[in-house]
Design a binder for this molecule. Structure first.
Ligand code: ZN
Length: 330
């Protein structure tokens, strides 16, 4: 069940993400008192293989020890998946899809976390993640309100506004505090850890989100997600038999405007289909994609994110999100 602590277990900050399970065997919430309240809520390792979150928080807590400028409520997520360096284990739900209620053990723990933080009050909710493909640093916000935009600005000059899926942690927290998902690039990179740490330090010292300078922010909005149906085989190698072939360097398109003349995927057989789903989960393939000359193309120029070279992630999550710019708020 959910562990709730008011101190760091002895030796926790010496552990790697693969070792955390030895001291905190399941979802754990740790409240640490600082000078200012309400607390900054920081969530790490909802996805067990996204190590930057733990590296950043470990550095932060080593640096500030018992002298935190603001209280911190730290959620340590899927330590059993982290032990195996996996997003989640085969018999577990995705820990960033359990926040809108449900009957599972994890869903009930998530509700306890929400109840506890809602009653304490939260300065801001920061949920740290990595991407599996090359992407710039960017924040994802579920609302276009000033405090949410300030959090995104403080992190990076690019942000994504999303309204689905509503089962993610940052969406649930947005009901009672400003929240942001921090996409910290590829895992394990020292540069990503340093970038995340600098951001958390800025947050920790902030008296008010109204103090954040109004620097330019490129704001994008997710309008569809591209999926490969489970029965479709895919390959990055043109010499391997497959229904669908993807380019070897497709993650270079992340956050670049993709023209309608660029083939997204080559079709290897009649089974080689791609699906587009809109934010409500309705299929809208015809609206966004078409086939020509044995390949798939966009019908209008759009900006992809989260393209990855990891076929497993493409299978279990998605090929990419498709976005467009929000001009009026940039
Ligand atoms: Zn993640």
């Amino acid at each position: 069940m959910l562990n709730v602590l008011d101190h760091l277990p002895e030796g926790l900050l010496a552990l790697e993400s693969t070792e955390l399970h030895t001291l905190v065997p399941s979802l754990t919430l740790i409240h640490l008192q600082g000078e200012m309240d309400p607390p900054l809520f920081i969530s790490v390792l909802l996805h067990g293989n996204e190590t930057t979150s733990w590296l950043v928080v470990r550095s932060l807590l080593k640096k500030y020890g018992r002298a935190l400028p603001r209280s911190v409520s730290l959620l340590i997520g899927n330590v059993q998946a982290a032990r195996q360096r996996q997003r989640h284990l085969p018999d577990q739900p995705d820990y960033n899809r359990i926040w809108a209620g449900g009957d599972g053990v994890e869903h009930r723990m998530a509700q306890l976390v929400l109840q506890e933080l809602r009653s304490r009050g939260v300065f801001a909710c920061l949920d740290l993640h990595n991407n599996t493909g090359r992407n710039p640093y960017y924040g994802c916000i579920p609302r276009l309100e000033p405090d949410f935009l300030s959090l995104a600005r403080l992190f990076a000059p690019i942000a994504v506004y999303y309204t689905a899926p509503q089962t993610v942690l940052a969406y649930a927290f947005s009901a009672f505090c400003p929240s942001v998902i921090l996409e910290c690039g590829l895992p394990d990179l020292p540069a990503s850890t340093a970038y995340g740490l600098a951001f958390l330090e800025r947050c920790l010292h902030l008296k008010s989100l109204g103090d954040v300078p109004q620097t330019p922010l490129e704001l994008l909005h997710t309008i569809a997600v591209l999926k490969v149906p489970p029965e479709v085989t895919l390959s990055f190698d043109p010499l391997t038999a497959a229904d669908l072939y993807l380019p070897l360097d497709l993650d270079r398109w992340n956050f670049q405007a993709l023209p309608t003349t660029q083939a997204i995927a080559r079709i290897g057989s009649q089974q080689g289909c791609l699906l587009a789903l809109d934010e409500s989960g309705q299929e809208c393939t015809e609206q966004f994609l078409h086939q020509a000359g044995g390949a798939w193309y966009l019908r209008q120029p759009l900006i992809p994110a989260m393209l990855t070279l990891n076929a497993e992630i493409i299978r279990t999550d998605c090929l990419c999100y498709l976005m467009e710019r929000i001009p009026s708020l940039g």
